[in-house]
Design a protein around this ligand. Sequence first.
Ligand code: HEM
Length: 495
Amino acid sequence: MFTIVNLARFQFGMTTVFHFFFVPLSVGMVFMVFLMEAIYVKTNDEKWKARTKFFGSIMLLSFAVGVVTGIIQEFQFGMNWSDYSRFVGDIFGAPLAVEALLAFFMESTFLGVWLFGWDRIGKKLHLAVIFLTWFGSTLSALWILAANSWMQNPVGYKVHGGRATLQNFGALLTNRQTILEFSHVVTAFFMVGGFVVAGIAAFQLLKKRDVDIFKPVVRLGLIVALIGSLGNFLAGDQSMLFVQQTQPMKFAAAEGITDTNGMKKGESAPWSLVAFFDEASHKEVFGVQVPYMLSILTFHQPTNKTPLKDIDQLNTYYENHFTEAFPEANPAAVKNIKNFVPPMNALFYTFRVMAGLSMLSILAAVLGLFWTRKKKPSLLETKWKLRVYGWLMYVPFLAITCGWLVTELGRYPWTVYGLFTVQESVSPNVSVASLLFSNIIYFLLFCLMGAVMIVYSVHVMRQPAQEAETSYASLDPFSKDAFDKELPKESAGEA
Ligand code: HEM
């Protein structure tokens, strides 16, 4: 259990999951803040300014924690995955450099101008700055997803002397995997932004804080959440079709295809609603199946357009033909692999939880919009509904975590699909002891950062929304009298 590979994988997974709480939160929130400020600029209504500043302060902390966890994420490559870094260095260098430039320079510069620019630059310019922050952070996500997509579906490369080199930079961006992954993830950002803003507003209404400020925000959040959820569903559906063609083992494990019943071309494949698999024999121990459904979900018709292979067929195929399909892979490394099957139960259930939460999100957003209609906005006045919509803000985070588990666990045994194995990737000089130590340190660090984020957000929520305005002004480090000026009572007390 405590092997070098397992511990290094656990550490990477833990860092990714934690980092990816803050990426969608930051990008989703910055879009919501942009929307609120756009309404303020259009209507000149000071309440929209207060809303912008209230949600802006939560957005700023999320950016800060996101950048710190992103740096830890990048450390992982050098620390635990040095052979992998050597293999992909020529491919990843360009996109990761662009990503870092965008994330660190563009986002941080614009965020700084936005934070200290209130009343110092024109309203429209200030609005343009927050728009550019959103645009820059979305672009930075594109590069990191292009790199990840290359690991799922390598394109435009050549392998020379044990290293992959990029032959066609454009291929990274036109990779269908990149387009699908980017669409699926960006729409998830909208879901996060929408549900978090609506959820925070719902909790504020439950506590009867600044009722006038928060009432309209619930509906605004739900509109964005609905658009995001629908787009995300469509992109997810297309992703699954693509996975079926490019990574059939990931598809078979996520759908629990363990026998050939109904899998031939023209037949109707049943879909497993629930099931349990014996990981050693790859057999289903029990399962509840819905006839026709797998064909409908996969091919959008009741019969299969192409045959679907079960897990054992694919395992034999991979064993015999993999190096033919990827002649540039290291044959010695592939030869050692007897089991190409990813963890079946984990993939099967993470996929179902993600897809189930997608349905829940669509339903919740539609119902929420109905319950916030002008005529009878019952959601804004009913305690249990406010509580439910408050807690719903955590749903997209759970779906995102499941999504990454499907994507990354399902690529087993590869780090770069077909080309480079997990076993080949790990650093030769790390030990179980050092990995255990760094795992514990990172775990504690993440708990601390998570706690800071929660405590700070609760603190912001307890303050009157208008308060955000005064604390910004007093925090301006460029103002001449920043050090002489007396802090407003509340901030001075905290210091
Ligand atoms: C019925 C709805 C959904 C379907 C069919 C679906 C499908 C998929 C598939 C097939 C993958 C793996 C792609 C790959 O390995 O290349 C994936 C990954 C992912 N999913 Fe979903 N998904 C759905 C809903 C959601 C929801 C609601 C969220 C979050 C709010 C989400 C977030 C993610 C993320 C972050 C990934 C990893 C990035 C990626 O590979 O695209 N998904 N999804």
